[in-house]
Design a protein around this ligand. Structure first.
Ligand code: ZN
Ligand code: ZN
Length: 380
């Protein structure tokens, strides 16, 4: 099985040979897009703050603000991969500004995303963004309860929760790194968390709760949904893998050109995992090469189709390559393992029920105890 996979470097070296060298240079011109977003954000927040606009108009501004927060997040992602500017302090400073609305500091993001997600993509234990497996679920009574909820209801709520997931996950990562990171990094993590938090709280004091809802809270939910819609499709239809092979564990989605402009080519996710140090501006070139060299390994589909497939398939891994609804014992294929987004179907899976195992274990213990007692009674 391991022979079917290739590491990132195996692909990257074969593609790099066919690319012009300038594609590996940083692209500071990407910052113009960030400046445009910052102007829109400032104008939107000031309009809400200074004028008493109709709630519908305020809501429209919230939408624009949310889209801008997300856009800035995508730019922050490429800035912190070092593909926009090279100077470390400038990279961190600009990354902090771009991630300011999402309250994710550059130290936290680099540790979580660059050093963990990219290095251990779709590794059951080590990728903080990988979905859990049936074994992991079986160990948690709370999760077992959650997965007893009928699948269509779970699908609805998991889509609704995309409006919060990025912020919640970011906070969880913050808490876990605070616990384990060395003292100097700890200070950095705290400072980068407190400053944006204080700024957005300051805005609440200035605007009052109602206007703040339009200026920050609703836009944050919208931004969460936009970034999570991409992040959820990036890997969650792919299998868990024993080797970090981007063609096996990642999906690139296709979107209209205007969306790629607004979202800084974030749709090219397989290309990104192959070349995280290359500016996404050049990912269309990489896609061309992958499709020439390994068309049968590459996963690509329209964004909307990927979201529908995500809705229609359950979110728990079984034996790495299967998506499982443990309640009905229905298994679905993953990408490269029988998942056809045009015709999603399931099959019955025989599961060892964790409850059954437990009660069987209890029976064994009880009978073992009884057996032990018998001779002593006999002796007595
Ligand atoms: Zn990824
Ligand atoms: Zn990345």
């Amino acid at each position: 099985m391991k022979d079917d996979f290739h590491k990132i470097g195996w692909y990257a070296s074969r593609i790099s040979a066919k690319l012009p060298s300038h594609v590996f240079q940083p692209e500071p011109r990407r910052l113009w897009g960030g400046l445009a977003y910052l102007i829109v954000v400032a104008a939107g927040i000031l309009s809400i703050g200074l004028f008493d606009l109709h709630p519908v108009l305020n809501l429209l501004i919230s939408l624009v603000l949310g889209a801008s927060f997300a856009g800035l997040g995508f730019l922050g992602h490429e800035i912190l991969h070092g593909t926009v500017v090279k100077k470390p302090w400038l990279k961190d400073f600009l990354g902090a500004i771009a991630f300011f609305p999402l309250i994710t500091g550059p130290r936290l993001w680099t540790q979580w995303h660059n050093l963990t997600h990219h290095v251990h993509t779709q590794d059951e234990e080590r990728d903080p963004d990988a979905w859990l497996s049936y074994d992991q679920m079986s160990k948690s009574p709370l999760l077992r309860l959650v997965y007893r909820i009928p699948f269509p209801i779970r699908a609805f709520f998991s889509f609704l929760s995309l409006t919060l997931t990025f912020s919640v996950h970011s906070f969880r990562m913050f808490v876990s790194y605070i616990k384990e990171t060395g003292t100097s990094h700890k200070k950095e993590l705290w400072v980068q968390f407190i400053i944006p938090l204080a700024a957005w709280t300051g805005l609440l004091v200035w605007l009052g709760p109602l206007k703040w809802l339009f200026a920050y809270a609703v836009p944050l939910l919208i931004a969460n949904f936009i970034v999570m819609a991409y992040i959820a499709t990036n890997h969650r239809l792919n299998p868990l893998v024993p080797v970090n092979d981007p063609l096996a564990n990642s999906l690139s989605v296709t979107v209209p050109r205007w969306m790629d402009i607004l979202h800084f080519n974030f749709s090219y996710h397989t290309e990104h995992h192959l070349f995280p140090g290359m500016n996404p501006k050049y990912y269309p070139l990489v896609k061309e090469k992958i499709k020439e060299m390994w068309p049968e390994r590459y996963h690509e589909m329209p964004f909307a189709k990927a979201l529908v497939a995500l809705w229609k398939t359950p979110r728990i891994y079984h034996q790495d390559t299967e998506l499982l609804d443990p309640r009905r014992q229905h298994g679905y294929g993953s990408l490269g393992h029988g998942l056809d987004p045009d015709y999603i179907r399931s099959h019955h899976v025989d599961l060892k029920q964790p409850d059954a195992n437990e009660s069987e274990l209890k029976k064994k213990v009880v009978s073992a105890v009884k057996d032990k007692k018998k001779p002593s009674h006999a002796r007595g």
